[in-house]
Design a protein around this ligand. Structure first.
Ligand code: FES
Ligand code: FES
Length: 180
């Protein structure tokens, strides 16, 4: 009998016990941490509710808007669709972790500021993390490639033209740094 099957028939009714919490070890924005979470806890809820990293936003909670995008081992994922326990041992980077320890903005964050690439800002952390991941994937060579690569990140304010400009600016800066 384990936590999933344990039952109690006292009083004539059957009660099935829910599985207990398990430790999940993650490196989040460069810091190692262990959190006890229930098996159904999403990475998004772990970040926001357990660790107070509220920069990552919950939009649809169904994998459709991209506002919850973070980087897991350098790859972008929708944290609302990712169970925290599945990422045990992974490195997570959130929007908070893109900023340097000295407070300097990541080139992608700076480009979003420079290009006025947001209005309400709710989608912005996800847009920025997704754009950083997309450039790492090597999919930012043209406007069409960027639009396609960012199609999982919706912006209800319609800031798309400015978002495109910001990503192009950050990509150009990345290329320049690589060439130097
Ligand atoms: S909140 Fe995760 S995709 Fe919308
Ligand atoms: S800036 Fe408002 S949803 Fe994108």
């Amino acid at each position: 009998m384990n936590a999933f099957s344990e039952s109690d028939t006292a009083g004539g009714s059957t009660m099935t016990a829910l599985p207990g919490k398990s430790p999940v070890k993650l490196t989040i924005n460069g810091e190692s941490t262990t959190v006890e979470v229930a098996p159904w806890t999403t990475l998004l809820d772990l970040l926001r509710e357990y660790l107070d990293l509220t920069g990552t936003k919950k939009g649809c909670d169904h994998g459709q808007c991209g506002s919850c995008t973070v980087l897991v081992d350098g790859k972008r994922v929708n944290s609302c669709l990712t169970l925290a326990i599945m990422k045990d041992g992974s490195e997570i980077t959130t929007i908070e972790g893109l900023t340097g320890k000295d407070g300097a903005l990541h080139p992608m964050q700076q480009a979003f500021v420079d290009c006025d690439a947001f209005q309400c800002g709710y989608c912005t952390p996800g847009q920025i993390c997704s754009a950083v991941g997309m450039i790492k994937e090597g999919h930012a060579h043209s406007d069409d490639e960027i639009r396609e690569g960012m199609s999982g990140n919706l912006c209800r304010c319609g800031a798309y033209p400015h978002i495109l400009n910001a990503i192009k600016q950050a990509y150009a800066a990345t290329e320049k740094r690589t060439a130097a």
